[in-house]
Design a protein around this ligand. Structure first.
Ligand SMILES: *Cc1c(COP(=O)(O)O)cnc(C)c1O
Length: 298
């Protein structure tokens, strides 16, 4: 890995319900790799970075919105790898850049703003054909690392997980991390995904595209809390109590929904007695900066 994985810890979650049901839940703290670059994003970028370095490309060019964890992770990862980075940002340039985009610039990323129509055209084309001369020697990374290469990088996460683990859980956006877990896990380990978007109906298709194999993951579908980046008082309350009890901060877009889903499902007997569950803390904590000050206790 190009990153320091020594900081990753495995934190045990404790509550009475888990003891009663003889289930262990722990959190693989990929967020500890870096304070702002999401852990799973760095894994998804692994082979893109490696290939760009091996073929003497100048850097990576990729897509994202104004609050994209993927853009920020790409900016950071490229700097760490000694590569350049270009971010194609969805929407016209605003008067004031989001904290995420400001951080991207700090990590040396060059930003280009595209209208929504142009953005989706370029993304659908998924090639460098229409790109300007100056971007010729850049490797294109699809938004969110949504590519077999991204899934192969995410599969490396399973090397950090103990063999007797029965379930590996992750929040799911593009499903690339989920696909990687499916590829890397031991046969008897069940992969569990928590979609953070409302009404995702194409997950099987996504897994087939990313892995070439059918989807064998279990999905916990009712924990999107209204949709992508939506939140409820119950979710924010959960984040504060979870932090109080376990000293683990979560983000409201991904990891809080995943942890809520897993603990709620334990209570509802979705997991058999004796399960040993590992939840990925994929990071994303920088996204909490969009919440009103005082909302969270951490
Ligand atoms: C992007 C992201 C995810 C979702 O990963 P996918 O591979 O797109 O499904 C989960 N958690 C965090 C913090 C993320 O930034």
């Amino acid at each position: 890995m190009l990153f320091d994985t020594a900081k990753i810890s495995v934190d045990i979650v404790e509550n009475d319900c888990l003891i009663r049901k003889n289930i262990s839940v722990s959190v693989l703290r990929l967020d500890k790799i870096h304070p702002v670059a999401s852990g799973n994003k760095l894994f998804k970028l692994h082979y893109f970075l490696q290939d760009a370095l091996a073929s003497s490309q100048q850097g990576l060019v990729t897509f994202g919105g104004a609050y994209s964890n993927h853009l920020l992770a790409t900016a950071f990862a490229c700097t760490a790898a000694g590569l350049k980075s270009i971010g194609l940002v969805r929407g016209e340039k605003p008067d004031k850049l989001s904290p995420t985009l400001q951080a991207c610039i700090q990590y040396g990323m060059k930003l280009h703003f595209l209208s929504r129509a142009e953005y989706s055209n370029r993304q659908a084309d998924n090639s460098m054909n229409q790109f300007q001369e100056e971007w010729k020697n850049f490797t294109l990374v699809p938004e969110g690392g949504y590519h077999a290469k991204g899934a192969a990088g995410a599969a490396l996460i399973t090397q950090l997980i103990e063999e007797d683990t029965t379930h590996i859980c992750t929040a799911l956006g593009t499903a690339t991390t989920l696909a990687g877990l499916m590829k890397g896990a031991k046969k008897k380990q069940q992969i569990v995904g928590v979609p953070v978007l409302k009404g995702m109906t194409d997950i099987d298709k996504r897994i087939a595209y990313l892995t070439g194999t059918p989807n064998t993951a279990t999905l916990l579908n009712d924990y999107h809390f209204g949709g992508y980046a939506k939140k409820t008082p119950a979710l924010l309350h959960f984040m504060n109590t979870f932090y109080e009890e376990n000293n683990i901060p979560t983000d409201f877009v991904y990891t809080a929904k995943m942890m809520f889903a897993v603990l709620d499902s334990v209570e509802k007997n979705v997991f058999p007695e004796g399960s040993k569950i590992v939840c990925l803390h994929t990071g994303g904590l920088q996204g909490n900066s969009s919440l009103r000050a005082g909302t969270l206790i951490f």
